[in-house]
Design a protein around this ligand. Structure first.
Ligand SMILES: Cc1cc2nc3c(=O)[nH]c(=O)nc-3n(C[C@H](O)[C@H](O)[C@H](O)COP(=O)(O)O)c2cc1C
Length: 207
């Protein structure tokens, strides 16, 4: 048996804990969240501490860490103020614009202008969607949990409307080769899909 390296998160530095988490939970999907504030200024930012929560009703979650000064990020402020946000699926053609949308821009500037991405209106929420993304979820804030001693905000949203570009659909499924999704690895590294593997359950029934 290998001699595993062992780490106690209570005795190592925060940076090392981050490296263990983000190097082990891979590849992560990216919750690319678009919001608008009460003045109508749009906002767009990626969050890879992101996942699907449940199906009925459909919910997703994003962990939106506080800024180093303890303040809340714009995405969370906007989602809390309006009760709404959109999730946009990140695909390979959009990956550089997604990274650029994480840059801090001056207060009042929109990441849409800086990245050249196109905000389009939603059906049920005030938050815009990213036209260049093939899938959008319109979400209403279900709740914001504050976790642990540092009260890390976990934003949970209920999906109230789905938009899917028909180009990525085939036979009622979202076809991965057509979607071309992007994964977040650790550091500044990202992954494309690679080889797709297939193995069915014993009963052979589609899910
Ligand atoms: C690929 C990627 C993933 C990220 N994931 C997270 C995350 O899970 N949680 C987080 O708080 N910040 C994450 N960030 C950083 C935020 O996107 C960044 O702080 C952004 O400026 C926040 O924007 P806002 O203040 O407009 O909400 C990530 C950045 C990148 C490039």
């Amino acid at each position: 048996m290998a001699d595993y390296l062992e780490y106690d998160p209570q005795t190592i530095e925060r940076r090392e804990v981050y490296r263990l988490l983000t190097g082990s939970v891979v590849p992560r999907p990216i919750g690319w969240a678009s919001t608008v504030n009460e003045e109508g200024i749009t906002n767009l930012a990626p969050f890879s501490f992101f996942t699907v929560v449940c199906v009925a009703p459909p919910m997703i979650s994003l962990t939106i860490a506080r800024n180093p000064d303890g303040s809340k990020k714009h995405t969370l402020l906007n989602a809390e103020a309006t009760g709404e946000f959109c999730f946009n699926v990140v695909t390979v053609p959009n990956w550089k614009a997604m990274v650029d949308s994480a840059n801090g821009f001056p207060e009042g500037d929109s990441e849409f202008e800086h990245t050249g991405l196109t905000p389009i209106p939603s059906v049920k929420v005030s938050a815009p969607r990213v036209q260049e993304a093939p899938i959008h979820f319109e979400c209403k804030v279900e709740r914001v949990l504050e976790l642990g001693v540092n009260k890390h905000p976990l934003l949970i949203g209920e999906v109230v409307y789905f938009h899917v570009n028909p180009d990525v659909m085939e036979g009622g499924y979202i076809k991965m080769e057509k979607l071309d999704p992007l994964g977040r690895l650790n550091g500044f590294f990202y992954s494309t899909m690679g080889e797709i593997l297939h193995r069915e359950f014993h009963d052979g029934q589609p899910r």
